[in-house]
Design a protein around this ligand. Structure first.
Ligand SMILES: [Zn+2]
Length: 331
């Protein structure tokens, strides 16, 4: 079988498999059970937080013949939705179909009753990419949609969506997925795939993904390509140009001791290795901030154990005022 990217392989097919966004899932489930379905939804939020996945699962549930609040997965409608062949679930990527003609074409078909399911559902991804002409053409349909039609718009930039469209939608704001949830999901995937990775590796991938579950799985994929089935935190650093907490600790110590030679030498070394200096600066600020947290709360769970060791070893040697001044300079 051809290799399938992890984010595709582990794309959720049911509400239970979605990571995070529990408030949104609960509201959508309630809407189905109470039969209070809106005609237009707007899913806003950062990339990779589950907007399209939830839209697809919601669409599948609405057309499932057996379901209450989740797709059964076995009826004809569910099967067709799962392999993307359901005639009444129409996905449009506005980034590539943003013209008036495409929207007109879509609107022409809106009036026809669904062929297979109860509802005709249009999932329009990256809706902010539509031209204003296309938006305006769509607006008329959203104002008076036929009873069997539901629109689900997804966007990373709700500020670029016409206010007149937003006001006609039920809006849901997707949050970044928490570190904890990403790490948990990654550990499940690794276990399934026979990938060995430790806690520090999971933490680093979750940090790099910055709240996007899809990004986290793509990063994991890239690490697997590089390291095979045993992923070491230092390999991830090499691939993504991230330096260690210890490296940052040493840099800080040179600054504190006014050891310009070794500071410049180290920075040159990281630069030659292709390390991202902007990222280094951000990590440096982060370490300084964490050192201040530890000053006030020695047992804080906000700081990882790995970082705590390095903070005690290097940062705590300097007085608090010095660290604050460093942080201000770096910012
Ligand atoms: Zn079903």
């Amino acid at each position: 079988m051809a290799y399938q990217a992890l984010y595709r392989k582990y794309r959720p097919t049911n509400f239970d498999e979605v990571v995070g966004q529990t408030h949104i899932i609960q509201t959508l489930k309630n809407a189905i059970v109470q039969n209070r379905i809106a005609h237009a939804y707007l899913f806003c939020g950062p990339r990779g937080t589950g907007k399209t996945s939830i839209a697809k699962i919601f669409a599948k549930t609405l057309n499932c013949t057996n379901s209450q609040d989740a797709p059964c997965g076995v009826c004809e409608n569910c099967k067709m939705a799962a392999n993307g062949s359901h005639p009444d679930i129409i996905e449009i990527d506005a980034a590539s179909n943003n013209g008036v003609d495409e929207v007109r074409n879509l609107i022409d078909k809106v009036k026809y009753a669904p062929m297979q399911g109860k509802y005709k559902i249009y999932i329009i991804d990256e809706v902010h990419m539509m031209t204003s002409g296309a938006f305006n053409a769509l607006l008329k349909t959203i104002e008076e949609p036929p009873a069997h039609v539901i629109f689900i718009f997804a966007t990373t930039e709700p500020n670029k969506v016409l206010p007149t469209i937003i006001s006609r939608c039920q809006r849901f704001d997707f949050n970044k997925v928490s570190m904890h949830d990403i790490k948990y999901r990654l550990s499940v995937v690794c276990k399934n795939e026979g990938i060995e990775i430790d806690e520090n590796g999971l933490t680093l991938i979750a940090q790099l993904a910055d709240g996007g579950m899809r990004d986290a799985l793509s990063i994991l994929d890239q690490c697997v390509a590089y390291c095979s089935s045993h992923i070491d935190v230092n390999d991830i650093r090499k691939i993504y140009g991230v330096i260690t907490s210890e490296d940052i600790g040493k840099l800080f110590y040179s600054v504190y001791k006014k050891d310009v030679d070794s500071f410049v030498k180290d920075i040159q070394k990281y630069s030659d290795m292709g390390m991202d200096i902007k990222r280094l600066t951000a990590d440096f600020i982060h370490m300084l901030k964490d050192s201040l947290i530890l000053d006030y709360s020695e047992n804080s769970t906000l700081v990882s154990d790995m970082k705590k060791d390095m903070i005690r070893k290097y940062f705590k040697l300097a007085p608090i005022n010095f660290r604050i001044k460093c942080m201000e300079e770096l910012m």
